[in-house]
Design a protein around this ligand. Structure first.
Ligand SMILES: [Zn+2]
Length: 155
């Protein structure tokens, strides 16, 4: 696994343990080149999901993108990181068990809103307000950047 700090490929696993009720393995890694420490998660991927955007384009589902948007919505909220991980895994499991591998982006957004509403109202409102503007644009990267608190959505 390449070091995210210096790009060194030869990093070491210092510790592996199950996380989130054994649905993933958490590995702490150490880079001997720069001394950097980082963590990776290993998960079972039940199937490859494809996101269908409202403009009809398709792209591979990216858990990291999902996590980024949720992390931003939950910024400075009193939610434990473990709780957030569980929520994200729950969303992914729901998507994977929907019976379709092709999932409209709109449906993913709605599942995220539902999940956020259950754990934090403020995060839900943040996500929902940006999400509504975003539906027209349908560009996830733009969506994520609009979610950043320092650049509030303009409308
Ligand atoms: Zn390094």
């Amino acid at each position: 696994m390449r070091c995210p700090f210096c790009g060194n490929i030869d990093t070491q696993v210092k510790d592996s343990r199950p996380a989130e009720d054994h649905v993933s393995i958490r590995r702490r890694r150490f880079c001997p080149a720069c001394g950097g420490r980082f963590t990776t998660y290993e998960r079972v991927q039940l199937r490859d999901l494809v996101v269908i955007k409202t403009n009809g384009r398709r792209e591979d589902f990216d858990r990291d993108k999902l996590e980024r948007s949720i992390r931003i919505a939950l910024q400075k909220r009193p939610i434990e990181p473990e709780r957030m991980d569980q929520m994200i895994s729950g969303i992914v499991r729901r998507l994977e068990s929907m019976g379709e591998t092709d999932i409209p982006s709109k449906q993913i957004g709605e599942i995220v809103m539902e999940s956020l509403a259950r754990i934090d109202t403020v995060a839900y409102v943040r996500f929902a307000s940006v999400y509504k503007n975003f539906q027209a644009a349908d560009d996830f990267d733009k969506f994520v950047s609009e979610l950043r608190p320092e650049t509030p959505p303009t409308k």
